[in-house]
Ligand binder design. Sequence first.
Ligand code: ADP
Length: 537
Amino acid sequence: MDGLMMDYPLTVDHLIERAGRLFPTVPLASRLPDGSISRTTYGEVRRRAHRLAGALRRLGIERGDRVATLAWNHHRHLEAYFGVPLAGAVFHTLNPRLHPDDLAYIATHARDRVLLVDDVLLPALERFRDRAPFEHVVVWSHGDAAPEGTLDYEELIAPEADEIAIPRFDENEAVGMCYTSGTTGRPKGVLYSHRAIVLHSLMSATKSGLGIGQGDVLCPVVPMFHVNAWGLPFTGTLVGCTQVFPGPRLDAESLLGLYEQEDVTISAGVPTIWMGILEALEREPDRWKLEPINMIVGGSAAPESLIRAFDRHGLNLIHAWGMTETTPLGTVSSLKRALLDLPEDERYAIRAKQGLPSAFVDARVMGPAGEAPWDGETMGELEVRGPWVAASYFETPDLADKWSPDGWFRTGDVATIDADGYVKITDRVKDLIKSGGEWISSVDLENALMGHAAVREAAVIAARDPKWDERPLAIVVLKEGASATADDLRGYLEPKFAKFWIPDAFVFVDEIPRTAAGKFLKSALRDRFGDELAKGS
Ligand code: ADP
């Protein structure tokens, strides 16, 4: 129709083209496995991404083919984030922490034709390479010659041109791929479209999203194989900000050293990372001179006590919720202006919620009686829809019932929504404790327990109970040198919860098993402690 806008596709190649042209000298830093820092710029990343695209075409990669990566966070991985799409292919990040059987399954299911791999991860590759379909393995090395049966990345891209002709992509074409880590059954593949990644990046850059601007120094600690480091490398490139990649060194001291040295202003990671960082800061509060940092926390619930503790160090935790299926940002917690004057405790309670649905993400909670009211109390399964929410899993038609008949994605998370629209995740459907027909939130109990001065970590599971069917059981790791008894913890929880929510037993352990993404592995805890109450201990 006359007078309308241009039909200009929202495609990922635009991000690196823009950064390469407008911010060619903006620095990017990567921590190498030996601890040294390697530096580059957007201009250089753009040139090398074009070279990689040329090389992939030379290897026979065609439109829509999958090219996998098995790598930590560094700028050559960023080159692949753009080089693979420039070749018209789909970049597929593999998680090196997964079991080799899962990696073999995922690479085969995705039909990955080429793999780009860090030299330090070659041992992980060896454990499944003979069961994977890779036609070529290309090694990101640090000086050593590529082992037999592999290609060296630098040699591969060296003969290519700095600029290739970019075809016009369809914004609804696949550009990225990631498998859910499989805490719930077989890993499932999600294909990200150009449009989803572009819109997600625009939203995440906004102040009510994650608030990322050109002047920021962005350090994605969350791995680039974990939902594209929550999309941050794309957002960072879109705005042209400095990016700092921590490589394989993810211990608290290395990260704090990097933050200090590179003047990091925004970072992102799972709660375990922040817990480690907090412990280091509390041990040596004056050691690191940090900029004010916005620290995005997600992947599992951030306890309120963690948010409070970081405030005491002048660091701002921003709680966000998302999934592989939602690219991943679904909600981000920030206080509405009208709530800033609330008493401190109420403000923290809101900041500890998972937040408001992002622009263009619709959220609803479905209980047995249909859509739950936004009263902050009625629990049900959280369902979402939006332009960066998956519409199906890759070649997995038997899971079509994860989508409701009216097109919403069933997240498998249990949540409430309050009158202000804040979403609070209270559980996963499979972790929910159903005691005598009543629902008890394991997440609420865990977060409260982690507020106790002696508790380092706590997981609460449903233990089988002959009378109530299930009862909460707490598994607790105490801080080093601290002590607390089951009675102490019971007494601590009693004023905060209804009587029937208080765990029947407290088990003290040295460590809580975790998934490849750093989340509590509750299935393992249920296997080990699920019959604890029946035993009468
Ligand atoms: P997986 O389902 O394999 O663990 P994801 O990385 O996609 O893979 O995890 C998504 C899930 O992580 C969500 O469904 C939710 O249960 C949990 N999650 C993510 N962010 C939060 C958060 N801020 N609070 C509580 N749970 C979260």
